[in-house]
Design a protein around this ligand. Structure first.
Ligand code: TEU
Ligand code: CA
Length: 552
């Protein structure tokens, strides 16, 4: 197994809008990030991935970029950015930028030109088509609901947008456009940035002719997910840009199947270092995205174990529970009431003892929970607003039922402001926060966590140290025990004669457990346990949400 710094790194994701506001306008900013770098260093973070901080009209909170080479006004200036980057490097950390180039903002200069006329030099930077019988060119729908096409009067054609209509898709078939993107990437890498998280990287290539898709919640995915030229494009990007720098790259790849993940994240390094798999995110969806089903533990385990074993020796995994698009981990997979601390610690024990690069989303280190907003008006996310418009305002969905699903699934669960202390607005801002603070900030906040030796924060810090002290946690191969066990996840990792053995109780019950035969319990050293001090295995019982890690 080849070693690499990005395999050993622990990544922390910052959603800058919600992290820390330095000037009281209610919006997080780069100077806010600067003020918390010591905190992240203390946690043991190696790499910060920052969600987009480029110029943007914020239709989708920065995932709609109007200038790829400048900083969003609300976040600060290029000087602030450079100071932040230097501060990160001074502390021995690295910065990974978000690269959003499946689409731009409709307010980007390229699109302003492109829409002017059919023969504008920028016309082919985007995907324009004639309508069909006075309607959209095909039946594709957007991830944010409604058709994936918008009619533009000026030239009497439609443009494609797989997300909002203010996020027109860039035309990757156009070599000139690809060249501009590679130059822009070099601009940030030459400034000293340490890599990219690539937004919906698997959507760049569309089936030629843009044929109709099979009707589905998102129609057309078979023609734009992992499209025909995607690996060619990424290999070109790798040759032209990535291979010239010592950086890390991770692709966001909605619904990526294993066979494509093996190519994107291949060990030969011809494309990307790793991708985010989405199978784990869709497991608990009911018949549609905004609905819920309870996932039996064997299913969840089967998903993770499969990714661990199939990628083994062929590609590299990324490990994450949540991000700015997903519910809070403890509310979704653990218990955000009585066992909030125990279950969050258990869940992160799993993340930090698997093979792959772990990603911790802001606020997870203090066990922030989903928010319970009273009304749809409290939500900000365009995805939820469009959903509400389609299903309730223009449809016949039961508002209470949908609101409940939104409360569970909404991306805003992860976007409520970071809870720093128990003062007004959780210490996030002195002004009015752009999105309401979760009212539980009085109890759940960083100040409280730093004063409690038993907090999730300190446990996570220990987990990170444990991972760094035991190469087997990073490089070891993966073997599961008792996949049918409905309460416990049991697995071991092996590397150069060392073994790490992990037992995780996913329930609020006491569950009997005995070391598998052939393992020498006498030789096992308990390196971490989320119940303080006490020994675990001896009594043959795992306590509620207990996690125990042994090295032998
Ligand atoms: O997300 C892509 C994506 O797959 C989302 O559609 C996600 O699965 C869904 O919203 C969950 O409900 C990326 C970014 O992470 C997201 O924030 C952006 O809105 C989107 O791309 C467009 O850039
Ligand atoms: Ca601010």
């Amino acid at each position: 197994m080849n070693k690499a710094w990005w395999k050993e790194a622990v990544v922390y994701q910052i959603y800058p809008r919600s992290f820390m506001d330095s000037n009281g306008d209610g919006i997080g900013d780069l100077r806010g990030v600067i003020s918390r770098l010591d905190y992240l260093k203390d946690l043991g973070i190696d790499v910060i991935w920052m969600s987009p901080c480029y110029k943007s009209p914020n239709d989708d909170n920065g995932y709609d970029i109007s200038d790829y080479r400048d900083i969003m006004d609300e976040f600060g200036t290029m000087d602030d950015f450079k100071e932040m980057l230097a501060g990160i490097h001074e502390r021995g950390m690295k910065l990974v930028m978000d690269l959003v180039v499946n689409h731009s903002s409709d307010e980007h200069q390229w699109f302003a030109e492109s829409r002017k006329s059919r023969d504008n030099p920028y016309r082919d930077y985007y995907i324009w088509r004639d309508g069909r019988d006075g309607r959209e060119p095909n039946n594709w729908t957007s991830y944010f609901y409604g058709p994936a096409w918008e009619y533009d009067k000026t030239t009497d054609q439609y443009y494609l947008h797989l997300f909002s209509k203010k996020q027109p898709d860039l035309n990757w078939e156009n070599p000139k456009l690809r060249g501009e993107i590679y130059d822009m990437m070099k601009f940030w890498l030459d400034m000293g940035c340490d890599g990219f998280r690539m937004d919906v990287v698997s959507l760049f290539s569309k089936t030629p002719g843009l044929p109709d898709g099979k009707p589905a919640e998102i129609t057309g995915t078979e023609h734009f997910q992992d499209g025909p030229r995607i690996h060619e494009f990424l290999q070109e990007m790798n040759r032209e840009v990535l291979s010239k720098y010592d950086i890390m790259t991770v692709g966001e790849t909605p619904d990526v199947p294993l066979e494509h993940a093996l190519r994107y994240a291949n060990n030969e390094g011809t494309e990307l270092n790793m991708v985010f798999q989405f199978e784990q995110n869709t497991l608990d969806c009911g018949p549609e995205r905004y609905s819920y089903r309870k996932v039996p533990l064997p299913e969840l385990k089967a998903c993770f174990s499969k990714w661990q074993t199939v990628l083994q020796d062929k590609a590299w995994n990324s490990l994450y529970w949540t991000n700015h698009d997903q519910p809070r981990t403890v509310s979704r997979r653990g218990n955000d009431g009585q066992y909030r601390k125990e279950s969050q610690k258990m869940l992160y024990t799993m993340l930090l003892t698997m093979q792959g690069t772990p990603y911790i989303y802001q606020g997870e280190e203090i066990g922030m929970t989903n928010v319970h907003f009273d009304s749809i008006e409290d939500y900000n996310d365009i995805e939820v607003k469009n959903l509400w418009k389609e299903r309730v305002i223009n449809g016949s969905a039961d508002p209470e039922v949908l609101l409940d699903a939104i409360r569970f699934r909404s991306r805003d669960n992860a976007r409520t402001p970071m809870q720093w202390d128990d003062s007004e607005n959780a210490g996030f801002t002195t002004g009015t926060p752009w999105l309401k603070v979760n009212p539980n900030y009085k109890d759940i906040n960083v100040k409280e966590a730093l004063e409690d030796r038993d907090s999730i924060f300190y446990y996570m810090k220990r987990l990170i140290q444990m991972r760094k002290a035991n190469e087997v946690a990073v490089y070891g191969d993966f073997r599961e025990y008792e996949p049918e066990n409905e309460s416990l996840y049991i697995y071991e990792r092996n590397y150069e004669g060392k073994k790490m053995f992990v037992v995780l109780n996913f329930t609020e019950n006491e569950v009997p457990f005995h070391m598998p035969e052939g393992l020498d319990a006498g030789k096992a050293v308990l390196v971490i346990d989320n119940y303080k001090g006490e020994e675990a295995l001896e009594e043959g019982m795992m306590r509620p949400y207990e996690a125990a890690v042994y090295v032998m």
